[in-house]
Design a binder for this molecule. Structure first.
Ligand code: PGA
Length: 255
């Protein structure tokens, strides 16, 4: 059975106290899961130290990072600062950051390079908008985003996995996930796009493609049944104990 990674993206929704309460409850549940299921929690920056202090089985991730190690970059957080807090991974290029904060492919690339160099695991989000999909451009857009994110010279080893999350923008928060077969096709396309930058051996060893966009307890098993879907990036359904534990239950029940 393949290893499965479930990443909880809490976005900007929970206060410190809410994050602590949710992390405590999820941690209890995750301790009883089979080892092949890993759960990574991505709270807001302000909750990272407190959540880190109480998780042992869950891994910790951040929702964003800057690409420089230090300097006059008011308000930004460097990769080494995340490492210092016990973060193992960081979400990069989420469509909400691309849409609301003007994050470009070039910025995503710099963040990916800095993250890998710092020994953190990047979770790189790619995905087409509704308009791009309607124009028949989804393959072209996603291929381009993947190639851009990993172009240029990357230093550091790929010992840890590198995650790419296929998150169609129109599916996020909509209640309508992509059909598993369509997600599977896009995952295969993403792995193929990586061949522009990496050998097949490196891809097989290091890259894992996750699906994100309205994943919940009802659709998660169907998605994970597809061979190239290595896990899910979950927003809404990870932000309260009941929904997230129900989702984890559904993952555990996969034969
Ligand atoms: P959603 O969000 O599960 O609420 O659709 C996923 C994401 O934005 O990462």
């Amino acid at each position: 059975m393949k290893p499965i990674t479930i990443i909880a993206n809490w976005k900007m929704n929970l206060t410190l106290q809410e994050s602590i309460a949710l992390a405590e409850a999820v941690e209890q549940r995750v301790r009883t899961l089979p080892e092949r299921i890993s759960v990574l929690l991505c709270p807001s920056f302000t909750a990272l130290p407190s959540v880190q202090a109480l998780v042992r089985t869950c891994l910790l991730g951040a929702q964003d990072v800057f690409w420089e190690e230090r300097g006059a970059y008011t308000g930004e957080i460097a990769p080494r600062m995340l490492r210092e807090l016990g973060c193992r991974a960081v979400i990069i290029g989420h469509s909400e950051r691309r849409a609301h904060c003007g994050e470009t492919d070039a910025m995503v690339r710099q963040k990916v390079a800095a993250t890998i160099a710092a020994g953190l695991i990047p979770i790189v989000c790619v995905g087409e908008t509704r308009a791009e999909r309607d124009e028949g451009k989804k393959e072209q857009i996603v291929h381009h985003q993947v190639v851009e994110a990993f172009s240029g010279k990357l230093s550091g080893t790929f010992a840890s996995p590198v995650y790419i999350a296929y998150e169609p923008v129109w599916a996020i928060g909509s209640g309508n996930a992509v059909e598993p077969t369509e997600a599977e096709q896009m995952h295969a396309l993403i792995l193929h796009a990586l061949r522009e930058s990496f050998s097949q051996e490196v891809i097989d060893k290091s890259f894992r493609v996750l699906y994100g966009g309205s994943v919940d307890r009802r659709n998660v098993a169907g998605l994970l049944a597809e061979p190239h879907i290595a896990g899910c990036l979950v927003g809404g359904a990870s932000q309260n104990v009941k929904d997230f534990c129900a989702l984890l239950e559904a993952v555990t029940n996969i034969a």
